[in-house]
Design a protein around this ligand. Sequence first.
Ligand code: PGA
Length: 253
Amino acid sequence: MRPKYVVGNWKQNGSLAGNQALLKAVLAGVAAAPGRHCAVCVPFPYLDQAESLLKGSAIAWGCQDVSRFDKGAYTGDVSGGMVAEFGARYAIVGHSERRTVFGDTDAIVVEKFAAAKRSGLTPIFCVGETLAERESGVMEKVLAAQVDSLLEKHGAASLEGAVLAYEPVWAIGTGRTATAAQANEAQAFIRQRIAAKDAGVAKGLAILYGGSVKGSNAAELFAMPDVDGGLIGGASLVAEDFVAIWRAAGAAR
Ligand code: PGA
């Protein structure tokens, strides 16, 4: 059985004082548990704070994006190596907000994926379709193109030890969660696509669902065979909601 992941994506939210209160409250509700992984992906300036508050706990930490370059004249970028110096484990790449607001193309996302791996970080590779794409019947085509961009450039073996997140764009921050069946259908499709290249990698790969996961819907989502946990936005900013999702991941095992 694959482990379950509960990963918070704070996005561009937080403050030193607010983070401290949030993390202390989350720490009180999250203890190490076999087969379950918990993490928070914080804005870059808070990696140091995350390290000092979370070191030695059951909660890992990470960032929400990473430069595709290792170092040099790239004003404003932050490399995976810099992030790793703060004890971070994860780097989200290809989040739909990076793709749509900041213009990250499939080609850029797969470069970021590789850069995260070079730095020893675990990439969380995000894919997902828009509502218009789903409604016009091209969901599978869109997901296949996003996954194939990685498979073609770096091969299925590059996903070994990585994490994938299926985040339908229409469900992110909208309160409109995919049904458990919709999430599982898309995630089974993604897993099959990878299995066609490498069945072993596909079988072991953690595929998370993201998009309006809450304490009230997490258990049903996480009980699905191809849903290996969640990438949590809004609810990761409220300790009791995030802890409720963590508990749901335990119940789903
Ligand atoms: P949400 O965000 O849980 O607020 O929908 C999820 C995400 O964007 O990762």
